[in-house]
Design a protein around this ligand. Structure first.
Ligand SMILES: [Fe+2]
Ligand SMILES: [Fe+2]
Length: 376
């Protein structure tokens, strides 16, 4: 990872600079090396964005793991200067970078304005995803953020991709600190909240599954965004049908099914959005055995692995959530149903992995017999 090399070299330059001076040959060499790596990173993008979220480095909206002691020292240096965000813009010069290194290495020195290096305070809402002492980990503000995004969607308006990225980065930071996945999913408090709460929960559950399977951060990030948007097509379905209390007739049911196509069509037009988003919107009701909907030349289209992950989370959260016409399913009942659909509706490997994680979470909460203490 080039960003890791850049931060390591930069940090070595900063350490050497505090030991010697900015004119020292080792500092000069390391500054040149950092600049080369940085320029390499900036060939395909306009800026390199580094944020400090609590004790983690987030590089270009993706949490950077295994940054080693250089990463830790870098965070400490930035915190001491009161900085939580640096943007390196295309065009950074050697003189600028050398001055930046010198200023960061000197505890007395103030950071100056540099033409291509912008420093400041992070603008993600750290206080809103603080973990509380016990109980609910994700606050309702998380759902509110998803709600804002959902409200901004219409056939005439494009979605805010950067807003989604911020939400997903916040999720990653939060769930990496909480081993019990059941603590991270929110209860649906009111019917009107269902869409946003469901989107949030499916995103968290899907990222959790992907992480437990060893997915890299960039994939985790894309799955999170795709999962947040999997049901976006429902916004194009009449409310009367979506919110109907009684049983749906055949025609209404056919219309509901169209949410997969509406969502995929809408998301495919959005620049800068992960390609997984329209794929998952289209395929999350397509089954592992290629049945389900929409029927796409049966047998020809296999459900994408990421859509399979999202489909498993979708099933789990839909049954778990309290809705007017559904009872609140106990976790073990849902696991049993998931297992029944293993190999037909769902990928058996995913069912196995997900149910094992859920059982572990239940035991953690005081044993499966307690019902898990799931928020109602
Ligand atoms: Fe759906
Ligand atoms: Fe869904």
């Amino acid at each position: 990872m080039f960003a890791k090399t850049f931060i390591s070299t930069l940090m070595s330059a900063i350490s050497n600079c505090s030991l010697y001076s900015k004119e020292h040959v080792s500092v000069e060499n390391l500054t040149k090396k950092s600049l080369d790596t940085l320029n390499g990173l900036l060939t395909e993008r306009e800026s390199l964005e580094i944020m400090v979220v609590e004790d983690h480095l987030v590089v270009n909206k993706t949490p950077a793991r295994n940054m080693g002691h250089h990463g830790t020292s870098f965070i400490k240096r930035l915190k001491r200067k009161g900085i939580s965000r640096i943007d390196f813009l295309k065009g950074v010069t050697y003189a600028e970078l050398r001055q930046f290194i010198a200023d960061l290495s000197d505890p007395e020195s103030e950071l100056k304005p540099y033409p291509h290096i912008k420093t400041g305070i992070i603008d993600v809402r750290t206080s809103k995803y603080k973990i509380k002492g016990d109980g609910e980990v994700l606050t309702s503000e998380q759902v509110e953020r998803v709600k804002e995004i959902y409200h901004s969607i219409s056939p005439y308006r494009r979605i805010s991709v950067s807003g989604l990225e911020e939400i997903v980065v916040n999720f990653i930071v939060t769930f990496k600190r909480e081993a019990n996945i059941l603590k991270l999913i929110s209860p649906v408090k009111a019917y009107s909240e269902y869409t946003y709460t469901h989107a949030t929960n499916v995103a968290i559950l899907s990222m959790f599954q992907a992480e437990s399977l060893g997915a890299r951060d960039d994939l985790l990030h894309d799955i999170g965004i795709a999962a947040l948007l999997h049901d976006v097509g429902k916004l194009f379905i009449s409310k009367d049908i979506l919110e109907k209390k009684g049983k749906l007739d055949k025609k209404e049911w056919e219309e509901i099914k169209l949410h997969t196509l509406h969502g995929a069509r809408y998301l495919a037009k959005i620049d800068g959005l992960t390609q997984l988003a329209p794929i998952a919107a289209l395929e999350h009701h397509l089954r592992y055995d290629c049945k389900g909907y929409p029927s796409l030349n049966a047998g020809e289209r296999k459900q994408h692995f990421c859509s399979q992950i999202i489909a498993t989370s979708d099933f789990f959260d839909a049954l778990r959530s309290r809705r007017p016409y559904k009872r609140d399913w106990q976790i073990q009942e849902i696991i049993a149903l998931m297992k029944e659909g293993s190999g037909t509706e769902f990928n058996p490997f995913l069912v196995d992995n997900f149910s094992r994680a859920l059982m572990k979470a239940l035991q953690h909460e005081g044993g499966p017999s307690s019902g898990g203490g799931i928020p109602a």
